[in-house]
Design a protein around this ligand. Structure first.
Ligand code: SAM
Length: 380
């Protein structure tokens, strides 16, 4: 079994350490994704945790998530705020966003993440002004996650001071992507090209996938992980696909959603999601990797901790005002992971303490690279 071979490589230290595990081949990644023996998987969890500690330390960076608008011009087959759904929509005013930003500052977070549906009602000038204001009035880093916006807009927001752009490519299987993410009229989606352009503009770029999308194969998931490495991403967020009953993917029956060969379908489980987190840590040792809300939603007891103990080093607490949060229901159950930001913070700090981790200080961007080549192998 190849995964066992890789486990032994990791165990014996032949493949251990950031440099070598980064060299895991696609076949090894694939074998780990298919591995089901707990005792073998425990090697993967330990190695991911070790590489995380060595490369990015025990700090967990806190990024305050602000869901600015639920308007969306897209009609993604997986998403609860897809444009064609008849739901109550909202768009925050600048002052409402700044209220959330102040909470992030008060709680000493390092970053705010401004997320929304793909909403052109959030104009280029509105975002430019908002970013300038956050950057001039606070020490916070600003991450934008506003969907597929034009290169001109991305450039203007970068110029205004935005630090990071987050756009998950969702799946690297082009046929599956087209099926679940229809283009807007004649514009063809190319999220990977946008990520590359964002990097060239000087943004830290973030991507990610949903794990267990109906029709997703193990092979394409292995390709996703190899792509994270090839794109040299600063941030990589992976959560399970959570079916929303009022979306085309959520309405598929089990039979329709599975492929003919059931064994070929990736399950949307906590274990599979954390395999992806752990392998991503091994292949992209110094990336910032969140333990996602979707993972905490499918396993309320242990999901968040599982992610943090299997390679993740980022937590994105939701700072959206509760009255809006309930309207930004991209999948069911998400809005229930609430309390006010202050109440949530107590729980967050207790969780970090329980697992021996500490809240991150400062903006928490990618650290300068550890020069592994220059390191004397006898030092280990
Ligand atoms: N409009 C932006 C975009 O498309 O990138 C940002 C907002 S979008 C709602 C943020 C993320 O939610 C998506 O990248 C997707 O991974 C996730 N998401 C949407 N529906 C989901 C579902 N049913 N299960 C899990 N994640 C989902």
């Amino acid at each position: 079994m190849q995964a066992a071979g890789a486990a032994i490589r990791l165990l014996q230290g032949k493949g251990g350490g950031g440099t070598e595990t980064k060299g895991l081949t696609r076949d090894e990644v694939l074998a780990w994704l298919k591995e089901e023996e707990d005792w073998k998987l425990s090697f993967l969890w330990e190695e991911a945790d070790r590489v995380r500690r060595e490369q990015v330390g025990d700090e967990v960076h806190l990024r305050g998530l602000i869901e600015m608008s639920s308007f969306c011009r897209r009609d993604c087959h997986y998403c609860g705020i897809r444009g064609s759904r008849k739901i109550e929509r909202y768009r925050m005013s600048e002052e409402e966003v700044m209220e959330c930003v102040r909470i992030a500052q008060r709680l000493e977070y390092g970053t705010v993440v401004l997320q929304s549906g793909e909403d052109h009602g959030l104009t280029s000038d509105f975002i430019t002004h908002l970013v300038r204001r956050i950057k001039s009035e606070t020490p916070l880093a600003v991450t934008l996650a506003l969907g597929e916006r034009s290169l001109e807009e991305l450039a203007a927001w970068r110029e205004a001071g935005a630090d990071r752009y987050l756009l998950k490519h969702e799946t690297s299987d082009p046929e599956l992507f087209r099926r679940i993410h229809p283009d807007c009229s004649t514009e063809v989606s190319d999220r990977i090209a946008l990520l590359k352009a964002a990097k060239e503009m000087g943004y830290e770029a973030g991507s990610g996938v949903m794990v267990g999308i109906p029709g997703q194969t193990y092979e394409s998931l292995a390709d996703d992980i190899m792509l994270f490495r090839d794109l040299d991403l600063e941030m990589i967020g992976c959560g399970p696909f959570v079916p929303h009953p009022d979306t085309p993917l959520g309405q598929m029956t089990n039979d329709e959603s599975r492929m003919t060969n059931v064994r070929a379908q990736v399950p949307a489980t906590d274990t599979m999601t954390t395999k992806v987190v752990a392998l991503t840590r091994l292949l992209c040792p110094d990336a910032n990797i969140p333990s996602t809300t979707a993972l905490a939603t499918i396993n309320r007891e242990r999901g968040r901790e599982m992610g943090l103990e299997r390679g993740a080093n980022v937590w994105m607490p939701n700072l959206t005002q509760p009255r809006y949060r309930a309207l930004y229901e991209i999948y069911p159950g998400k809005a229930k992971v609430i309390d006010t930001a202050e109440e949530f913070q107590k729980n967050l700090l207790a969780t970090l303490e329980r697992i021996g981790r500490v809240p991150g200080k400062g903006p928490g961007g990618r650290l300068p690279r550890v020069n592994l080549e220059a390191r004397n192998p006898n030092d280990d």
